[in-house]
Write a protein that binds this ligand. Structure first.
Ligand code: SAM
Length: 245
């Protein structure tokens, strides 16, 4: 078990069953509740991918709020654990005639059925804090993106001087399974993972509206032999994670 895992709340705080059940409850009111507050992150992802080549994988596509934002050339596949969320995404694709969406699949993002290096770009808007094993999700994102491809995440990351820290801690220990996400999520989980992945470089990390509540995280998977990816402990580190104030 990596050090990052010990930094998180007890592993039984969330499990896939809790998460899927929570999002089945959220599904009917998800757009009403989260469309606006999380729009800046979806816009940031759409802008970053606007001139990229597909195929693009949207992990945790939910009700598909970001799907109409993607550029027409991207050939988007969306996956989600929760059937009720996915059904709404499918209705959106039909309603808005989104021709660039080539598939919507029910799948666990920490155990994806795709072959290695299947996508040119992988995005995961607001998903890292909802999976029980975030490192397993990051491993999978890096596996299915092709060498030379991009991984883009948006998520809430707890700050050191976060005024919400006490509330986040309380929510973590009392209602995380019911909410379907982990309110407290330290950057160290991502930075520890990056430290073990010389094949993946952090390109950009920035705070987003509203109030810096969410963080945009852009990573690039280097072109290099896959043996270095399978046994990163034997590989020479090739990238330096930029420091942030
Ligand atoms: C906060 S929502 C984000 C939805 C959408 N990306 C958005 O921006 O509105 C998180 C989504 O991740 C999905 N999810 C949670 N765990 C997952 C997993 N292990 N594999 C795939 N999807 C998962 C949930 O069902 C939910 O639809």
């Amino acid at each position: 078990m990596s050090e990052a895992r010990t930094f998180l709340p007890e592993p039984d705080v969330l499990d896939n069953e809790d998460v899927a059940a929570a999002y089945s409850r959220w599904a009917p009111i998800y757009d009403l509740t989260f469309e606006r507050v999380m729009r800046p992150g979806r816009c940031a992802i759409a802008a970053a991918t606007a001139h990229m080549e597909g195929p693009l994988l949207d992990v945790g596509v939910g009700t598909g709020l970001e799907l109409p934002m993607f550029a027409s050339q991207l050939e988007v596949t969306g996956i989600d654990l929760c059937g009720s969320m996915l059904a709404r995404a499918a209705q959106r694709v039909e309603r808005e005639r989104l021709k660039n969406v080539t598939g919507l699949l029910r799948m666990d993002a920490t155990r994806m059925a795709f072959a290695d290096a299947s996508f040119n770009c992988v995005v995961a808007p607001y998903v890292l804090t909802v999976v029980p094993e975030p490192e397993a999700l990051l491993d999978e994102l890096a596996r299915v993106v092709r060498p030379g491809g991009e991984i883009i995440l948006v998520n809430h990351i707890s700050g050191r001087d976060d005024p919400f820290a006490i509330l986040e801690k309380w929510l973590d220990h009392h209602v995380a399974p019911k909410l379907g996400w982990r309110p407290q999520f330290p950057w160290q989980v991502v930075s520890d993972w990056l430290d073990q992945r010389p094949d993946v470089e952090l390109v950009e990390r920035r705070l987003l509206a509203p109030f810096g509540l969410f963080t945009y995280i852009h990573m690039h998977r280097h072109e290099q032999a896959s043996s270095a990816i399978i046994t990163p402990e034997f590989a020479e580190p090739e990238c330096v994670t930029p420091e942030f104030a």
